[in-house]
Design a protein around this ligand. Structure first.
Ligand SMILES: O=C(O)CCC(=O)C(=O)O
Ligand SMILES: [Fe+2]
Length: 293
């Protein structure tokens, strides 16, 4: 691993902002494909979010060394996140990024990653480079133009402990990949030419920005931005969670019915927050494209 990946990247632009700087954050995300927003959560919220991640992903505390768990309808089970639906700066930031006043909760997730876990390979979350029709819930939900990364890393992020890294400016459709690499099929990742076309998991890639954040900071990245996570060489489990909005219009349909859990979530939200979930699809993990389609 290149030693520089443990140093903050020296970039000719600012990518860390205060939550009130909505225009500058949206501009940085548009131009460079990512931004960090400092201190969005209070220490009390960080504590509540952490408690929710443990409660939902590991209620029995059985997480093994090196294990990672992912949960893909997290907001439905984590009422402390609902406070963000009434957080004026957070809403204004999302409205500015999306260029829309009416927002719908699109999807949410949480990840619990124990010390000893390996890296997350370089990838884009966007499935628009792949074939139609979409085959999985992720492929259905990750074809939009809204940012796909709106993450709170509740222990902060650091390259030594499974921190997130992004490749600056990797989000345009016209991007041709990092210098010295070729894309793997469907542009999911990249590899060194002459080696097997499997997703790259090292950090010696041109344009890498390792992120250094505190608990309570928000990491935003564009739907097409390439990102990866360092191996977890720390000693405590890494907890992260987040959710994204999409503009309520145009309508967005999913090919599954709301799950029982999605229905309970929508019913439980206070009256004044209902507009955020009228068009909520939830995510049915059991859905897949029927054979022969
Ligand atoms: O483990 C991480 O922080 C990376 C997560 C990620 O890339 C994803 O969920 O798409
Ligand atoms: Fe990802």
């Amino acid at each position: 691993m290149a030693p520089d990946s443990f140093q903050p990247a020296k970039l000719p632009y600012r990518y860390e902002f205060d939550v009130a700087e909505a225009e500058a954050i949206a501009a940085c995300n548009r131009q460079h494909g990512f931004a960090v927003v400092k201190g969005v959560l209070t220490p009390g919220q960080v504590e509540q979010f952490r408690e929710s991640v443990w409660r939902v992903l590991d209620p029995e505390r059985t997480l093994k060394p090196g294990e990672t768990r992912v949960q893909t309808d997290f907001i439905e089970h984590a009422p402390p996140l609902w406070d963000l639906l009434a957080h004026e700066d957070f809403l204004r930031l999302n409205r500015t990024i999306l260029g829309a006043d009416d927002l719908t909760v699109h999807r949410s997730a949480a990840i619990l990653k124990n010390a000893g876990a390996g890296p997350v390979v370089w990838h884009t979350d966007w499935h628009g480079y792949g074939p139609l029709p979409a085959r999985t819930p992720n492929e259905i939900l990750n074809r939009g133009e809204w940012p796909n990364g709106m993450w709170f890393y509740l222990n902060g992020t650091h390259p030594e402990r499974a921190g997130l890294a992004v490749i600056a400016d990797s989000h345009p459709i016209a991007w041709t990949g990092p210098e010295g690499f070729a894309f793997t099929p469907e542009r999911r990742s990249f590899h060194r030419p002459g080696t097997e076309p499997k997703s790259y998991d090292q950090f010696d890639v041109p344009g890498v920005v390792p992120l250094f954040t505190e608990p309570g900071d928000l990491i935003i990245f564009d739907t097409r931005t390439y990102h990866a996570a360092f191996p977890h060489g720390g000693s405590e489990a890494r907890l992260s969670c987040g959710f994204i909005f999409r503009p309520t219009s145009p309508p967005f349909r999913a090919p599954w019915e709301r799950t029982e859990s999605a229905r309970r979530f929508c019913a439980a939200l206070p009256f004044q927050l209902q507009p955020f979930v009228r068009e909520y699809t939830g995510l049915d993990p059991a859905w897949k494209l029927a054979e022969g389609k």
